[in-house]
Design a protein around this ligand. Structure first.
Ligand SMILES: Nc1ncnc2c1ncn2[C@@H]1O[C@H](COP(=O)(O)OP(=O)(O)OP(=O)(O)O)[C@@H](O)[C@H]1O
Ligand SMILES: [Mg+2]
Length: 319
């Protein structure tokens, strides 16, 4: 990714308000969302249930209209149908015609994408194989499990070698092998010239896959950047296990998490506290068993943000 490249996706000040019956009960889901995704990136769009990920993706896919704001895809205004040429899309709950087999369904989709017969045969077979459905290609979709449907949905999104792949919760319903296959498939995309934008709340997957993540909260990106930016470049904390340290007290920035006989596990925040604990262990004649850096996980960062949001809302209500 080079930030000088023209982005493949930009959204500016996107707003979406759902109105209830007779304009009663409004749900303001997006409140000025900005997004920029550059060519060759794998971008993870993260947010709690109901944060508005699917709403955003439906707007980008042209399935619903934004209440305000604008977006561009692949060099065209989002209102221009050409913006969706070169787009591969996996909806949140793919539900495809039950009377077709997986192979027939993919062949049908490939016709819509405009692939000729030879290419259809080649690409459909390759994609069935890549999503682990080659052995079940002739099962009618009504007999497919959720995970099998999801795999076919991913295959159809990849038909025609899209320039931009937008996937709504691609890991949903997949078993461990399916998740591993999909991770490999997503990681292979930039080398094929495909940029990937996907939503997820499986944060460990986002952590493994993404060049950048954006965290959607209260209708905007609460945080965006590379994992190094969001989680910090190095360790912020360490787990220290010491022997013959039963009598040693925890100190500033140091918490004793577990004690077993004379073995203690300390969690230490910050380099100063680490140096202080190591000095005290040495002075007490304790043995050092292990010092393990603990990097903040995306999940912890995400939960921090959510808790911070809940605290702020509580303070607003009770000033
Ligand atoms: N058609 C609709 N009419 C009214 N409200 C809607 C509609 N679609 C979505 N919403 C509301 O918009 C909010 C965001 O929903 P959305 O499906 O975009 O969330 P999400 O981030 O995709 O959540 P999840 O992780 O559960 O998939 C929710 O409060 C939801 O109830
Ligand atoms: Mg959703």
């Amino acid at each position: 990714m080079r930030s000088s490249d023209e982005p493949v996706l930009t959204a500016r000040s996107l707003c979406k308000t759902f109105r209830g019956h007779l304009s009663m009960g409004r749900t303001q889901v997006l409140r000025g969302l900005d997004l920029t995704v550059y060519p060759g990136e794998i971008y993870g769009f993260i947010g709690a249930n109901g944060a508005g990920k699917t709403t955003t993706i439906k707007i980008l896919a042209g399935l619903i209209h934004a209440s305000a704001g604008e977006f561009r895809l692949l060099g065209y205004d989002g209102a221009d149908p050409r913006s969706r040429r070169g787009l591969g899309f996996l909806p949140e709950n793919p539900n495809f015609p039950g009377y077709l087999s997986g192979r027939e369904f993919l062949d049908f989709q490939a016709r819509l994408v405009g692939l000729d017969r030879d290419r259809r045969r080649r690409d459909v077979d390759r994609l069935l194989d890549e999503v682990g459905m080659a052995g079940r290609a002739d099962t009618p979709l009504r007999k497919c499990s959720k995970g099998m449907m999801q795999r076919l949905g991913i295959a159809q999104a990849l038909l025609g070698d899209p320039v931009l792949l937008i996937l709504d919760e691609p890991m949903s319903g997949l078993d461990p092998a399916g998740r591993r296959d999909l991770r490999d498939l997503i990681l292979a995309q930039p080398a094929r010239g495909t940029t990937v934008f996907f939503s997820s709340h499986i944060l460990s997957d986002a952590e493994v896959l993404c060049d950048r993540v954006g965290i959607l909260r209260e209708g905007r990106l609460a945080l965006e950047g590379s994992l190094d930016t969001i989680l910090g470049p190095g360790a912020a904390a360490w787990d220290v296990t010491a022997t013959r340290a039963g009598g040693l007290a925890a100190g500033t920035g140091t918490t004793a998490i577990s004690r077993q006989d004379d073995r203690v596990l300390f969690r230490v925040e910050g380099e100063a506290a680490l140096a202080n604990l190591l000095d005290r262990l040495r002075a007490a004649g304790a043995g050092l068993h292990s010092v393990t850096p603990r990097r903040l996980t995306l999940e912890e960062r995400f939960l921090d943000l959510e808790e911070q949001g809940a605290r702020e809302r509580h303070e607003e209500r009770a000033p």
